[in-house]
Design a protein around this ligand. Structure first.
Ligand code: SF4
Ligand code: SF4
Length: 204
């Protein structure tokens, strides 16, 4: 299989892999910006111990069909220090899954994007690799996020609700009533429920 070809795979897909970060192209840390969901943003914020405003200044911010998005630039990534990830334990799902990627193409698909580490080291199935990378909870939060994004695309949000949505989803220094929770997962899910309430509220 040629390097760079993306092939759709199942959970039983097996491959050999050993990350060669000392000598490879570090393709996983370069390329297009990655959309982060609020759970990923919160995990990075907690890891760095900085304010939401400070974190947002290191990311890219824009609106896509009314949905506020924060993106991780990768040209280069602000968290790449030398050849190392400085937020490794809080790295987002896309970084955990590499050399796999997730596509929403009508339904969720996992694609394989071979890099220099493929074909060496331990043998994994995709399911084992997800566990090894601590990506299970990230994947569950990502699927929940995708269903929310689909609801936003169906709603017609005016500019006021777009701004409220951004505060609700990404400003973790502000705790809206009903969103105070212990863990990042609980806080993300509570904020999504509040945001869904905002989607179904009367338009401004
Ligand atoms: S995942 Fe692949 S591209 Fe990224 S550091 Fe490891 S070997 Fe290199
Ligand atoms: S967060 Fe870490 S693993 Fe992900 S692109 Fe940046 S440096 Fe690479």
């Amino acid at each position: 299989m040629g390097r760079g070809a993306a092939v759709s795979v199942s959970q039983n897909f097996s491959f050999r892999f050993c990350c060669e970060s000392e000598s490879c192209s570090i393709a996983c840390c370069h390329g297009h910006a990655i959309a982060l969901n609020p759970y990923e943003v919160l995990r990075i914020k907690e890891h760095l111990g900085i304010s939401s405003e400070e974190l947002e200044a290191r990311l890219l911010s824009h609106y896509d069909r009314g949905l506020p998005l924060l993106m991780l630039p990768r040209d280069p990534c602000p968290f790449l220090k030398g050849r190392r990830c400085s937020i490794y334990s809080a790295r987002p799902l896309a970084c955990r899954l590499f050399p796999f990627g997730m596509l929403c193409d009508g339904k969720l698909k996992t694609v394989f994007m071979p890099c220099e580490g493929v074909g060496r080291g331990r043998s994994f199935t995709l399911a084992e690799y997800i566990e090894e990378q601590g990506a299970g909870e990230y994947l569950a939060m990502w699927k929940r996020w995708v269903s929310f994004v689909e609801a936003v695309e169906r709603a017609e949000l005016g500019s006021m609700r777009q701004v409220f949505l951004k505060i609700l989803l990404y400003n973790f220094d502000f705790t809206p009533k009903g969103a105070a929770r212990e863990t990042a997962e609980e806080q993300f899910l509570a904020r999504l429920r509040l945001a869904e309430g905002l989607l179904s509220s009367e338009s401004e």
